[in-house]
Design a binder for this molecule. Structure first.
Ligand code: SAM
Ligand code: SF4
Length: 432
């Protein structure tokens, strides 16, 4: 989501004359868009500011803005601790950035803008076109969270759940497709909790997917991140008849132990999670599931950890993420007794090893077979191309003919844990 926000912040600032530069030392405005989900985020910001200070030691100081969730959580404390920072702007108020910059340039007074103003944010953004033109682009459709898992800072930094108006989203999608975008990834902290009421109709994520499925020239649809409790039947049924909806679902379970899930306040258990997967597989046999795992959550016993390993093997998760529990200030879990840190590190290593083995095993199944690839770009200084298959796995392949945005059938010859390697001759697949 920060990538989407950064791109929108750029769209806004470009309207008051700013341009992107790849040369940091040339910048006269420096915006650091931050994430607060795990530890050390705040310290990383101060380290980065240290580097900026060094870079501009002998030249005019740029305007320094901290945006995103660290700005929201730390607010004016940041300006007090590091006077080199000129402005902090929270994730629900960055639509004001043009006015804030112009005001700063006039008055030269530090600014702290951390209001939750999400409705106005998207109303403002609607008027500024989204200039993302990558083959695969994001659209935020939902923000914030009302679930309050005990480890998570999102409900405090992004605020309560908010769903953008249905038409606003569809218009943004159509305009992206007109810019050449071929894959849309719908975003939300709880994307499948999307719920927008208009003229007595409750629009859900499934309505958005069905509408996008009808857009010509759009090849692929994905959405992330989903909460297991919001995988309703209308959404599951999209896998049956929306051919552009890709067969990889990111459905974080966090732990394989019911005891830990309860202590995390996840509001789902392993049985309900597995029965959702069963429903999905009944509808779409080849669907694959990815997940996030928190390892070393306070109170996680050896048995709880083994339950997680067993679940990983049972579900055969691909493309998953795992993190050591990181206590976030202000969350209930931060007050709990921490597990032994060495033990947690060992458990993380074990989990990552198993996830890698499963990933490699699944990648090997492609060898000597064809897979459909959405071509994203040509690799720099090479004759090879990069794209992704329907399960999001990177595919690097030789070809003389293809163009970014095309769907091609690549013959896979080899693989490692993260990539498939192959070649493409000329058997172009028509867009669905
Ligand atoms: N809403 C999604 C869900 O409920 O599954 C997750 C969104 S959260 C922004 C992304 C991931 O960060 C989580 O799935 C979790 O694994 C990880 N995460 C969040 N807080 C964490 C913490 N305190 N320590 C470690 N990992 C954390
Ligand atoms: Fe955080 Fe996801 Fe839980 Fe919401 S549902 S509190 S975003 S982990």
């Amino acid at each position: 989501m920060n990538e989407y926000d950064s791109s929108r912040i750029y769209d806004l600032t470009s309207k008051i004359g700013f341009e992107k530069t790849n040369n940091k030392k040339e910048a006269n405005c420096y915006i650091l868009n931050t994430c607060h989900i795990r530890e050390k985020a705040t310290e990383k910001v101060y380290h980065e500011i240290g580097r900026v200070k060094k870079d501009f030691r002998n030249s005019e100081k740029p305007l320094v803005i901290i945006s995103g969730c660290v700005a929201q959580a730390e607010s004016e404390e940041m300006i007090k601790r590091e006077p080199y920072i000129d402005m902090v702007v929270g994730p629900q108020s960055y639509h004001k950035i043009q006015d804030l910059i112009l005001t700063y340039q006039r008055k030269k007074q530090k600014i702290n803008e951390t209001e939750f103003d999400v409705v106005k944010k998207f109303d403002t953004l609607e008027k500024i076109s989204n200039t993302q033109n990558k083959i695969s682009s994001f659209i935020t459709i939902q923000e914030g969270c009302d679930k309050f898992c005990h480890f998570c800072v999102v409900p405090y930094t992004r605020g309560p759940e908010y769903s953008r108006p249905f038409n606003q989203i569809i218009n943004e999608a159509k305009s992206l497709v007109n810019n050449g975008v071929k894959e849309i990834i719908l975003l939300g902290q709880n994307v499948n909790a999307y719920n927008y009421l208009y003229k007595n109709k409750n629009y859900k994520l499934s309505d958005i997917i069905r509408e996008l499925n009808n857009i010509n020239n759009l090849h692929r649809i994905r959405f992330t991140t989903s909460h297991p409790n919001d995988m309703t039947d209308d959404l599951i049924n999209c896998y049956e008849d929306c051919e552009k909806l890709m067969p990889l679902l990111h459905l974080p379970v966090q732990s394989g132990s019911n005891h830990i899930l309860k202590s995390m306040n996840r509001k789902h258990d392993i049985n309900s999670y597995l029965s959702t997967i069963k429903k999905l597989k009944n509808i779409k046999k080849n669907i694959k599931i990815s997940s996030d795992f928190i390892i070393g959550y306070p109170g996680e016993t050896k048995k709880d950890f083994e339950d997680t390993i067993n679940l990983i093997k049972k579900v055969d998760f691909i493309n998953s993420y795992s993190f050591i529990f990181s206590p976030r200030p202000g969350t209930p879990a931060a007050k709990m007794k921490l597990n032994n840190s060495n033990e947690s590190k060992n458990r993380l290593k074990k989990v990552q090893k198993i996830l890698s083995e499963i990933q490699l095993k699944n990648n090997k199944k492609y060898i000597d077979n064809y897979c459909e690839v959405l071509v994203e770009n040509k690799l720099e200084n090479q004759s090879k191309y990069f794209g992704r298959n329907p399960n999001m796995t990177s595919v690097i392949f030789d070809s003389e003919y293809c163009t970014p945005g095309e769907l091609v059938n690549v013959k896979i010859e080899s693989c490692n844990q993260n990539n498939l390697f192959g070649y493409f001759k000329s058997n172009k697949v028509e867009a669905a």
